[in-house]
Design a protein around this ligand. Structure first.
Ligand code: PBG
Length: 324
C-alpha cells in the first residue's frame, strides 16, 4: 500500500492549474506571412490549408486581426514572380521591392507590431538556393555574404525590426551586424537561424514561395539532422558575431536540440514550427484522424517545455483565438 500518489496533484482542474509548469501565451507567438504582388488577392497554399499568400491590402487586414488577437510579431516572406528572380538575387536590393513596401504598410498602420524579415537568397534566386551558385554547382560562401549584407540593409532601411538570416552561410551574422552598426541600425535585432537543419519538413513552404532548389540540395550549408553537438558550435559563432536571438528549425522533431541549446546559451531561443509540421497536422485533422486544434496546442506547449522562449508557427492565429 503506497502513500505516495502523484495523482493527488492532478485531482481536479484547480489543482492541475496550480501545478502547471509551462504556459503558452500570445506573447510567445510569431506569425509567418506570405505576401504577393497584386490587389485584393488571397491565394491559399494548397499544401497548407488555412494559410494564404496575401496581396498587400489583404495582408494588412490579416495583420490587423493578428494585432487584435495579441500577436506581437510577424515574419514576412515575399513570393515573387519568376521574372524577378536571377542568379544574384538582385531584386532583394530593390528599395521599392514587394517586401519593402509591405514593411512600410505595416509600420504605418501598426507601429507597435514587430516585423521580422528573412535573409537568404532563395525567394529571389533563379537557382532556388540560399547562396550564390558557382558554374560547377558549388554554393559560394563569402561571395554570398556581400549579397546578404545588402539584402539586410535594404530590409532594415524599410523598417524591419528583426533580421532573420536563414541561409546558414558561415560568418553571415557578423557581416550583417557590422553593416547594421555602421549604418546606424544599432537597435535592429538579429534572430539567427542558428541550428537550421537540411530537412524534408520544408516542402510546403517551398510550394508557397515556389523556391525549391533547381538542382542539388541544401546539405552543404544546412545542418545534418543526425547531429546535435554541431549546434553548440553554431551557437558559439552566432554569439560571438552578435546575434540577439538563436533559432532552431524545424521544431517538433528537434525539441532535444532546443533543450541542448538552451543549456548552452543565455540568449533567448526561438523555435520554428515549420510548414511540413503544420501540413501533417492539417492533413490528419481533415481526415478526422486527430483533433487538429488540440494537437496544435499540445505541439506549441511542447516547445515551451523544451525551453523555447518564442515560437514561429503557422498555427499562431488559430491558437491565439483559442487562448482568448
Ligand atoms: C529560406 C527559408 C526556408 C524556410 C524559412 N526560410 C526554406 C528553406 O530553407 O528551404 C522554411 C520554413 C518552413 O518550412 O515553414 N531560406
Amino acid at each position: 500500500m503506497t502513500f505516495i500518489r502523484p495523482r493527488r496533484n492532478r485531482k481536479n482542474n484547480a489543482s492541475r492549474s496550480l501545478m502547471r509548469e509551462n504556459i503558452l501565451t500570445t506573447n510567445d507567438l510569431i506569425a509567418p506571412l506570405f505576401v504577393i504582388d497584386g490587389k485584393d488577392e488571397m491565394v491559399e497554399v494548397s499544401s497548407m490549408p488555412g494559410i494564404f499568400r496575401y496581396s498587400r491590402d489583404k495582408l494588412l487586414k490579416e495583420v490587423k486581426e493578428l494585432d487584435e488577437l495579441g500577436i506581437k510579431c510577424v515574419s514576412l516572406f515575399p513570393a515573387l514572380d519568376d521574372s524577378l528572380k536571377d542568379k544574384y538575387a538582385t531584386e532583394s536590393k530593390n528599395p521599392d521591392g514587394l517586401l519593402q513596401k509591405t514593411i512600410k504598410d505595416i509600420k504605418n498602420a501598426f507601429p507597435d507590431m514587430l516585423i521580422m524579415t528573412d535573409v537568404a537568397m532563395d525567394p529571389y534566386s533563379s537557382d532556388g538556393h540560399d547562396g550564390l551558385v558557382s558554374d560547377n554547382g558549388e554554393i559560394l560562401n563569402d561571395e554570398t555574404l556581400d549579397i546578404l549584407v545588402e539584402m539586410s540593409l535594404n530590409q532594415a532601411r524599410a523598417g524591419s525590426d528583426i533580421i532573420g538570416p536563414s541561409d546558414m552561410m558561415d560568418g553571415r551574422v557578423g557581416a550583417i551586424r557590422k553593416a547594421l552598426e555602421s549604418e546606424g541600425f544599432s537597435n535592429t535585432q538579429i534572430m539567427s537561424y542558428t541550428a537550421k537543419y537540411a530537412s524534408s519538413f520544408y516542402g510546403p513552404f517551398r510550394d508557397a514561395l515556389d523556391s525549391a532548389p533547381k538542382s542539388g540540395d541544401k546539405k552543404t550549408y544546412q545542418m545534418d539532422f543526425h547531429n546535435v553537438t554541431e549546434a553548440i558550435r553554431e551557437i558559439k559563432c552566432d554569439e560571438a558575431e552578435g546575434a540577439d536571438i538563436l533559432m532552431v528549425k524545424p521544431g517538433i522533431s528537434y525539441l532535444d536540440v532546443i533543450k541542448e541549446m538552451k543549456s548552452h546559451t543565455s540568449l533567448p531561443i526561438a523555435a520554428y514550427n515549420v510548414s511540413g509540421e503544420y501540413a501533417m497536422v492539417k492533413a490528419a485533422s481533415e481526415k478526422g484522424w486527430i483533433d487538429g486544434d488540440a494537437v496544435a496546442y499540445e505541439m506549441l506547449v511542447s516547445f515551451k517545455r523544451a525551453g523555447a522562449d518564442m515560437i514561429l508557427s503557422y498555427f499562431s492565429k488559430e491558437i491565439a483565438k483559442t487562448l482568448r
